[in-house]
Write a protein that binds this ligand. Sequence first.
Ligand SMILES: Cc1ncc(C[n+]2csc(CCOP(=O)(O)OP(=O)(O)O)c2C)c(N)n1
Length: 316
Amino acid sequence: MDDWASYERMVLIRCFEEAVERLFSEGRIMGTAHVCIGQEAVAVGVAAALRPGDALTSTHRGHGHFIAVGGDPGRMMAEMFGKATGYSRGRGGSQMMADTALGFYGSNGITAGSMAFACGLALEAQHRRTGRAVVCIIGDGAANEGLFHESLNLAALWRLPLVVICENNRYAMSTPVAAGLANTRLAERGAAYGIPGCAVDGNVVADVRAAVETALARARAGSGPSLVECETYRLSGHSKGDPRAYRSPAEEADAWQREPIRHLEAHLRAAGNTDPARFAACRTRAEQAIAVAIRFAEASPAPDPATVTEGVFASD
Ligand SMILES: Cc1ncc(C[n+]2csc(CCOP(=O)(O)OP(=O)(O)O)c2C)c(N)n1
C-alpha cells in the first residue's frame, strides 16, 4: 500500500466515523458506538503489514480496523442501522462485526476480551502449521486487565505467532493514562514476559506499518509474540454523548495539529504532491462512498422477527 492508498483509506475511515457521529446526533441510529477519529493511522498501518490469511482481532472501537482490512462500509452501516443486511444481520451493532473471509475476527465489547481469543487463534495456527500470524489490537485501558497479562504470559511461554498492538490513545473512558498506569511506558511491559516491546508514533502510518512488519516477521519465524505500542490520541469522546470534561480544549487543539491525516498530507506535500485537487478528490470519493453506504443501510429491510432465534447456537 503506497502513501496515497493509505491516505485514501484513512480518509474513508474518517468520513465513516464522522457520519456515525452525525447519524447518532440526528437520532437515525441507536445503541452505542465508539469512533476512532484521530486513530486512523494505526488501523491502516496494521492492515498494510498483514498478509492474506493472517487474522486480526479488534476492540469496541473497531470500525477503522475493519474498514482498513476491507470491511464493506455499506454492510457496516446497515449493522449500525439494525438492518438484516448488516454484518451481524442487525443483531450486534457497532461493536459486533466480523468477516472471517477478510481475516477480521471481530470487534469486541469486552475490554481486552479479544486477547484470549487471539491467543486461541494463534495457538491453532501454530498447531496446524498454517503459517498464519495473528494481530490483536487493544487499548491502553485494556492493558490493565488481567486478561492482558494472562494472555501475554501464555503467548510468550508457548511462542505463539501473535502481535499485540496497544492503541494508546491517552484515555480509558475518562481516565488519563497517567492516572491508570504506574509505568506509563506501556511497551516496557513486554520485558515482564521476555518479549520485545516497542513504542511508535501511532499517528505516522509508515512507522506503524514498519513496527508491525518487524513483529510479524518474528511471529512467522516461530520466535513468539511482540508488543507494539502505538502512541496516538482519541480526538472524539469515548462514545456518543461524552462531553469530554476530563480534558481541556487546548489539549485537543494541540492533538488536532498532530492528527494522522494531517500528518500524511504534510508528508505527501513534502514529497512534491502539491495539487490541492488531488487531496480534495480523495475526500469527495470517501464522502460519496459513505453516502452510498448510508443509502444502502436505509433501504435495507429490518430483520424478520421470525428469525429472532436464529444464530443463537453454534450449529446455526
Ligand atoms: C471487561 C470490561 N470492563 C469494563 C468495560 C467498560 N469499558 C468499555 S470501554 C472501556 C475503556 C477502554 O479503554 P481502552 O482500552 O483504553 O480503549 P479506548 O476506549 O481508549 O479505545 C471500559 C472500561 C468493558 N466493556 N469490559
